[in-house]
Design a protein around this ligand. Sequence first.
Ligand SMILES: Nc1ncnc2c1ncn2[C@@H]1O[C@H](COP(=O)(O)OP(=O)(O)O)[C@@H](O)[C@H]1O
Ligand SMILES: [Mg+2]
Length: 219
Amino acid sequence: MNEATHDAYTQRRRQAEIEAARLLRRQEIEYKTTLWPVPERYRDARLDDWQVAGREMAIAKHAIEHMAGNPRPVVDECAQAILCGRTGTGKTMLASVLVNEINARAAETGVIAGYVTAREIIDRVRGQWNGGDERVVYDALLVPDLLVIDELGERAGTDNALEIISRVVDDRYQRNLPTIAVSNHSIQRLNDLVGERVVSRLRHHAAVIEMNWDDWRTK
Ligand SMILES: Nc1ncnc2c1ncn2[C@@H]1O[C@H](COP(=O)(O)OP(=O)(O)O)[C@@H](O)[C@H]1O
Ligand SMILES: [Mg+2]
């Protein structure tokens, strides 16, 4: 092989390696962003879709906009939040907006978000009990840099539910991975339902976003 041919060959190989790395990265992002998807009805919901009527709603939206604009996937850098308020106030939609906004820029920022309900966590773990391996579920819940857990406090009283949720919150906390909790209950009530230990981890460096306006659906 003469020198010119050799250079061209090296050049082509380098190019192929770069292409392969790019493809792998795209696939990794695709896999991670689809692992824990937002509810179907909010699949395309973005910040502009969440309408504001009044000051409190503006504050809530601003907090989410800020989190979406500076995704810092570490608990210690104020990346956690608790959204609570009565049903129909747009909590699930706003949390989905956060996930969608973060994932829309995942290729740029490297930060990936996921969404799951407490009920789904519990059902998935229990689904592994007959001969499966529950660690598969716990590990999958560590994949998103930022994880929204919606409907926290639902089903809390049932068998092992508390241990399951507590393990997920704790595993993520120990790894400094932020969790965003969403609940129809107040923080005081959550203390009773899921325990102070869980709530204190979720509250660490967290913004508490109270959403106590009227049900949007009855407007
Ligand atoms: N600020 C908002 N802008 C637009 N739609 C909203 C807003 N808040 C709530 N909605 C709509 O109201 C309904 C209830 O919202 P949802 O997020 O499910 O409430 P929650 O989770 O608090 O019970 C949904 O149809 C949602 O799209
Ligand atoms: Mg909801």
